[in-house]
Design a protein around this ligand. Structure first.
Ligand code: PGA
Length: 254
């Protein structure tokens, strides 16, 4: 059965000391929690990954993932990171397709498909991020856009490979804006996403995939959004940078 997951995307924030303090605080608080029914993941900037994994421990309750990786195994790609490098630091999860990567680094569904294949080829789990722009929602093309983002990057995979895929629906108009999708809007889209996966791969695969919601999730709205039946947790940006806020969101997930 699918798991709830709360993932923090730190983006390009926090110096080394700040990152270490936050990682240690989260690792400690999670260890003190009597029960942990969900997975908790942080995605620090890549330069902090080895510090983070050292503080969190390889099999502790706090998992560490990367924000991005390159599609090639190695080579002349200045400034980039490969899946093999991530794995060599004990990183087993990567975000692929975040809207900021799509918007500022021109990553499209075809490139993201290559990144998905590269990650899965290394045995790295993918948190595939996708979601519509404001004008697409206003123009009522949001379901079509989301279906295309899924199909072009993921629907070549085998059903077995889906056990290493987590979906993160993030409407771009809700990211970093303070505007969240209403719980009903999130549920409506998550149900559509699950049906789209079911239509291609069958019900069992669709029921097993965790679908996270992202976009201005905060301690005061997390419980209501996570309470919807097809919302399996969240991908958290701004509120992942403070231990108190992030832990409140973790607690809201159950
Ligand atoms: P936000 O970011 O929570 O700051 O809106 C979410 C994300 O970009 O993953």
């Amino acid at each position: 059965m699918r798991k709830k997951i709360v993932a923090g995307n730190w983006k390009m924030n926090l110096t080394r000391d700040e990152a270490q303090a936050l990682t240690k605080s989260l690792a400690q608080r999670l260890k003190e929690k009597a029960t942990l029914n969900q997975r908790v993941l942080i995605c620090p900037p890549s330069i902090h990954l080895s510090d983070a994994i050292a503080s969190a421990g390889p099999d502790g309750p706090l998992e560490v993932g990367a924000q991005n990786m390159h599609q090639a195994d190695s080579g002349a790609y200045t400034g980039e990171l490969s899946g093999a490098m991530l794995l060599s630091h004990g990183i087993r999860t990567v975000l692929v397709g975040h809207s900021e990567r799509r918007a500022y680094f021109h990553e499209d569904n075809h490139l993201l498909k290559q990144k998905v294949d590269a990650a899965l080829g290394q045995g790295i789990e993918v948190v595939y991020c996708f979601g519509e722009l404001l004008e697409e929602r206003q123009g009522a093309t949001h379901f079509e856009v989301v279906a295309t983002q899924l199909k072009q990057a993921l629907f070549h995979l085998t059903a077995d490979q889906w056990s290493s895929i987590v979906l993160a629906y993030e409407p771009v108009w809700a990211i970093g804006t303070g505007v969240t999708a209403s719980p009903e809007q999130a549920q409506e889209m998550h149900a559509f996403i699950r049906q789209t996966v079911a239509a291609h791969y069958g019900d069992a695969c669709a029921q097993n995939v965790s679908i996270l919601y992202g976009g201005s999730v905060k301690p005061n709205n997390a419980a209501e959004i996570f309470g919807k039946p097809d919302v399996d947790g969240g991908l958290i940006g701004g509120a992942a940078l403070k231990a108190d806020d992030f832990m409140a969101i973790v607690n809201a997930a159950g």
